[in-house]
Design a binder for this molecule. Structure first.
Ligand code: NAD
Length: 506
């Protein structure tokens, strides 16, 4: 075991000690609430399935309490000058940076993502907060729209208290993407993190208190989706739900939120294609293909899990790819050398393994991997896997596996490549590698996805829209798109006093 890993483990143990000693409760109206310890569940680390401590199972009453706190805090937060909200959010960002090491180690231990990817999480989270903090003052600005005898202007105001419901794959980053614009817009919130990885949400709530956010502006309830999550989507005080998670959950949330007519932003699953053409920069394409499915343990919504490779380079590309996949370093997430860590939960490991069986049954080849890795102890480790000789009709090409598992399919020409890439109910991201500029432009238009990256891996630009089409979601995050979601636009029409007002009953 390397010395750095031993050091990281010791440091992580220190940061995790408090979660072991005390049940992680809810943060409601500026206070930590730890209900009866019996009403809690064990939070298991994917590293060895031991408990990192107990976490409260929220009830409907606690969800209601959090919604009411967010509702009571809303008017004052809405009316606070944007410049003041800006200061508080910058303070929050400063504290994230100050606690970067703790956040990274806790997050890696809780969700199994390798430290090499989590190291920068707090710094990127802080950037999110600073980006939106700087827009807090101008978020309410609107348009001036002139008519001959009227002047219209629009203003935006925060929609109200919102629910933010997040998944387990990169819980810290996803929460900051949602919460930073909500607060900058002037919304108060109730956050419900995923039950599989709740710890960074507790750190975030704690930091909100340290930064001096008024009580009730940021609330946190822990627990299960079907109970506490569901209640947040139904509570009349909640005006919008920002949700990231599975497609099927998104459709439940739509139904749950219908009676109270909430605005919804749904960021859902994907089965994203990457097309590699014969004229692509071979090495750069190879790097990106490997990175975009095997980084973050393949538990990434924008991972390119279907590789479409042009027939003429297929053999060479797959040989080079297999070599890379075989050499991926699977290991303890706190080891800086680790490239692929353990999967979030034993139930998810079972799900991922079921696709290895499906590949065998459907007649694909398992070029690399395909087995569970028990040599690393009791953790949820799986071999990075590459399926070849697959077809787009197979389960492994149709369903989101959400693990370090890639399905490769070859195509003849551009038309076939596009048609295969689009033959999916999902439409989150698409990637293409080609040095033909005309083709790049055609692909940008033809690929059915909310985001298309040409000759690049997923590169996040905060002002750019982030989100999916088809079954991958509704709505966009990023820059002003986030404010469009978290704010209502009001039109004010002022007459110049010259137009004839219609006369009735004179
Ligand atoms: P999930 O849908 O099971 O759970 C997400 C959250 O929803 C959790 O907090 C859960 O407790 C809660 N929830 C579950 N049922 C609910 C209900 N009926 N009402 C309210 N809340 C409920 O998703 P997951 O398994 O945690 O995450 C993995 C999924 O997330 C994958 O499908 C992945 O593609 C998707 N994801 C999408 C994006 C994106 O930007 N599109 C980003 C990350 C992850």
């Amino acid at each position: 075991m390397s010395e750095v890993l031993l050091n990281n483990q010791a440091l992580a143990a220190r940061y995790l000690q408090r979660f072991r000693e005390q049940v992680t409760g809810h943060f409601i109206n500026g206070r930590w609430l730890i209900p009866d310890a019996a009403a809690s569940f064990d939070n298991l680390t994917p590293i060895d399935n031991s408990s990192l401590g107990r976490v409260s199972v929220g009830t409907q009453a606690e969800a209601d309490q959090a919604c009411e706190a967010a509702s009571a805090a809303f008017p004052a937060w809405r009316d606070l000058a944007g410049s003041e909200r800006r200061k508080l959010l910058h303070k929050f960002a400063d504290l994230l940076v100050a606690r970067a090491e703790e956040i990274a180690l806790v997050e890696s231990s809780d969700c199994g993502q390798p430290l090499r990817f989590m190291k920068q999480a707090a710094l990127r989270g802080a950037e999110n907060f600073r980006f939106f903090a700087d827009k807090a003052a101008e978020a309410k600005d609107g348009l001036a729209l002139m008519q001959a005898e009227h002047t219209n202007f629009t203003v935006r105001s925060p929609i109200g208290p919102v629910a933010v419901i997040t998944p387990w794959n990169t819980p810290f980053m996803l929460a900051t993407w949602k919460i930073a614009p909500a607060l900058a817009a002037g919304c108060t919130l109730v956050h419900k993190p995923a039950e599989f990885s709740p710890l960074s949400a507790a750190l975030l709530a704690e930091i909100s208190q340290e930064a001096g956010l008024p009580a009730g502006v940021w609330n946190l309830v822990n627990g299960f989706g079907e109970s506490v999550g569901k209640r947040l989507t139904e509570h009349p005080a909640i005006k919008a739900v920002a949700f990231v998670g599975e497609t099927v959950t998104g459709s439940h949330i739509m139904a749950q939120a219908a009676p109270t007519l909430k605005r919804l932003h749904l960021e859902l699953g994907g089965k994203n294609p990457v097309l590699v053409f014969e004229d692509a920069d071979f090495e750069r394409a190879l790097d990106a293909v490997v990175f975009m499915i095997y980084s973050l343990n393949g538990q990434r919504c924008t991972s390119s899990s279907r590789l479409f490779i042009q027939e003429s380079i297929s053999e060479r590309f797959l040989a080079a790819l297999s070599e890379r996949v075989r050499h991926l370093k699977v290991g303890h997430p706190l080891d800086p050398a680790t490239e692929v860590g353990p999967l979030i939960h034993s139930s998810h490991l079972q799900k991922v393994m079921s696709y290895m069986d499906a590949a065998r049954e459907e007649g694909a080849s398992i070029a690399v991997g395909g087995r569970r890795l028990t040599s690393l102890g009791k953790g949820n480790y799986v071999q990075p896997t590459l399926f070849t000789e697959a077809t787009n009709q197979m389960k492994i090409a149709r369903e989101e596996i959400f693990g370090p598992v890639l399905t490769a399919i070859s195509f003849k020409d551009e038309a076939e490549g596009v048609s295969l890439a689009n033959a999916t109910p999902y439409g989150l991201a698409a990637y293409a590698w080609t040095n033909d500029q005309g083709r790049a432009m055609r692909l940008a238009h033809q690929l059915e996805a909310g985001m298309v990256w040409i000759n690049s891996e997923n590169n996040r630009n905060l002002p750019s829209p982030f989100g999916g089409v088809k079954m991958s979601g509704i709505g966009r995050d990023g820059g002003d798109y986030s404010f469009e979601f978290y704010m209502e636009t009001k039109n004010v029409c002022l007459a110049h006093g010259t137009h004839p007002v219609p006369v009735l009953g004179r």
